[in-house]
Design a protein around this ligand. Structure first.
Ligand SMILES: Nc1ncnc2c1ncn2[C@@H]1O[C@H](COP(=O)(O)OP(=O)(O)O)[C@@H](O)[C@H]1O
Ligand SMILES: [Mg+2]
Length: 268
């Protein structure tokens, strides 16, 4: 059965795209059939997967969403969700994004059911994949709501910096709201620390704070994965080359960490 995983966070720059790409490609390395969907008009995921200029693409998630919005549930007609899918040579399929997604978002705002259009598209692909991973953009606006309505579970990268907990708390509140109102089965699979610098004791402090929040504030509705992703310049280089960490620096600590994290995510 297909599982749809959203990578979410409240801010930009917390390694959502990096995590979606490297977890997705490792799942494919382990023999899973994986689709990545870029839900950020900046197209960072699309670029990370080797597309030099996403703005030149004519078939993107924007057109997929627009076509899904036109579907008549009672009479879907000949809808082929595959026409927006590209293939990456490291073994994952993906639906790219570019700036046109921003225009589509404007159309969806305020439209009745505007937060459920991505779900229509994603559900039409469930039979073809083991995992569908949704990369979201920061801020919980319409596109992010679409991501949370379409997803089964959420994973949340947490920056190893002072004061990330208020951001994580804001993300978890939004997820809880969407669960109550729009997607009763939505689960938070887990949180994980990224950009960890082992020369400092900060990660231990943040881990302690997160575990306390999980127990007291979030009432066990989230958990912390054991794997921590180290800060490494290799991670930042890989997307510029359009490859995963497993190609750019296969023996490096960050690649090993993403492999271990992927195992934890697959374990559910
Ligand atoms: N573990 C890491 N070590 C060093 N740089 C990282 C790491 N993870 C992500 N980055 C870099 O941090 C920046 C933000 O990451 P990104 O995945 O684009 O975040 P988001 O999608 O949340 O905006 C990117 O330049 C990325 O290459
Ligand atoms: Mg991103």
């Amino acid at each position: 059965m297909c599982k749809v995983i959203a990578v979410c966070g409240y801010k930009g720059g917390v390694a959502k795209t990096t995590s979606a790409v490297n977890i997705g490609i490792e799942m494919a390395n382990m023999g899973k059939k994986v689709l990545l969907i870029d839900m950020d008009a900046q197209g960072d995921m699309t670029k990370s997967l080797g597309v030099d200029n996403p703005e030149k693409l004519e078939k993107t998630i924007a057109e997929a969403i627009a076509a899904s919005a036109e579907l008549d549930e009672d009479d879907p007609g000949p809808f082929n969700p595959d026409i927006w899918i590209m293939h990456n040579d490291e073994g994952v399929d993906f639906v790219p994004a570019n700036n046109r997604l921003a225009a589509v978002e404007k159309q969806l705002v305020g439209e009745d059911g505007g937060d459920s259009i991505l779900k229509i598209y994603v559900d039409s692909l469930r039979d073809d994949y083991d995992y569908i991973i949704l990369d979201s953009k920061p801020a919980m606006v319409t596109l992010a709501a679409n991501v949370l309505v379409a997803a089964d579970t959420v994973i949340i990268p947490v920056l190893c910096e002072y004061l990330p907990l208020t951001d994580v708390d804001a993300a978890i509140r939004t997820i809880n709201k969407i669960r109550q109102r729009r997607n009763h089965n939505l689960k938070i699979d887990g949180l994980f620390l990224t950009m960890v610098d082992d020369r400092t004791t900060l990660s231990k402090e943040i881990e302690r704070g997160l575990n306390q929040c999980i127990e007291e504030k979030w009432k066990g509705k989230a958990r912390l994965y054991k794997t921590r992703i180290p800060r490494s310049v290799r991670v930042a280089e890989a997307p510029l080359l359009g490859v995963s960490l497993y190609r750019h620096d296969p023996k490096g600590k960050a690649a090993q960490a993403y492999k271990a994290l992927t195992k934890e995510v697959l374990a559910g």
